[in-house]
Design a protein around this ligand. Sequence first.
Ligand code: GH3
Ligand code: MG
Ligand code: MG
Ligand code: MG
Length: 337
Amino acid sequence: RETEEELRLRDTTSRELGFAEVADGFDAPATIALVAARRETALAWKHDLIPHLQDRLLVLGREDVLAETQPGAGQPSPDLFLLAADLAQPGEGLRLMSELRSRSATRHAAICIALPPLAPETAAMALDLGASDVIAATACPAEIALRLRSQIRRKRQADRLRAQVADGLRMAVIDPLTSLYNRRYALPHLARIAERARQTGRHFALMLLDLDRFKLVNDGWGHAAGDAVLVEVAERLRGNLRPVDLVARLGGEEFLVALPDTRLEDAREAAERLRRVIEERPITLPFGQGAVPVTVSIGLAIGGGPRSAPAPVDELMCRADHALLGSKAEGRNLVTI
Ligand code: GH3
Ligand code: MG
Ligand code: MG
Ligand code: MG
């Protein structure tokens, strides 16, 4: 049995656990938005209830949340929204919550609703509409603090998981050496460019590029030098094209470039430009190995255009590949159509 003294101690401990710790102990301190029907109410609440958290709190009125640009816009979005009990009637808090859930910036935030006592249907409805938790407005500060803390912890875990998934998806389509898109990304993306061209009746260009005598770089200076050349070539290609253009490393020393909305003459010019920027400046090798001149052979094919049945992507790839072989056969460092 607990003694008076023990009970008193436990009470103090849970009270002291209050709001000071709600936002701490995470990899980055959490931010909380307090939302009441009017901003003044939220401000008063902030002073009464949550004195320790002042600098981590964003205080909002209902109007602020519904406004297109919210106070604190540009700062990281709050981890948690705490909707005050004065929003409970008539269902105002629920409307705010739906609004927060529908916006990309706040979609993944934890949302807790404080409800006045005797609002059981509202609590059920709030949970059904996506509230992370409902909290009785009469709950003691320690309970509120612990509930908020547990929601922030869950939200942070979900953030981490989402970031890992996004990272995994990125890794699956990026070539780790050059940071260009890889074949897995490039071919479906090329098909999308072709489909878009079919819909608009515009042309697009496809280039296949292959470094000339690249084996000599590897054989003469080593594999690390070869890698450095591939990285520099990738940068020059990317740096001399538009953001909408696709640049990918298909494998080895072979690259693919696709130019949406581009006609033959402009494509030929772009291909010549790429050929020139590789040729014009020898590529510096690592470990003080000096610089090596590099050239590239390019095969160009034009797809799309106002025809009833544009050539399928496979056939276009064949044409570009054939043109590339032509560049090699004619002596390399050439663009062939
Ligand atoms: P060609 O002008 O006919 O294209 O001659 P080439 O020497 O470039 O042609 P080949 O296809 O015979 O050689 C390509 C070389 O690319 C072979 C391989 O060692 C090298 N290679 C492929 N992938 C990599 C890579 O990731 N890093 C390095 N350093 N070399 C690579
Ligand atoms: Mg090759
Ligand atoms: Mg080859
Ligand atoms: Mg080659």
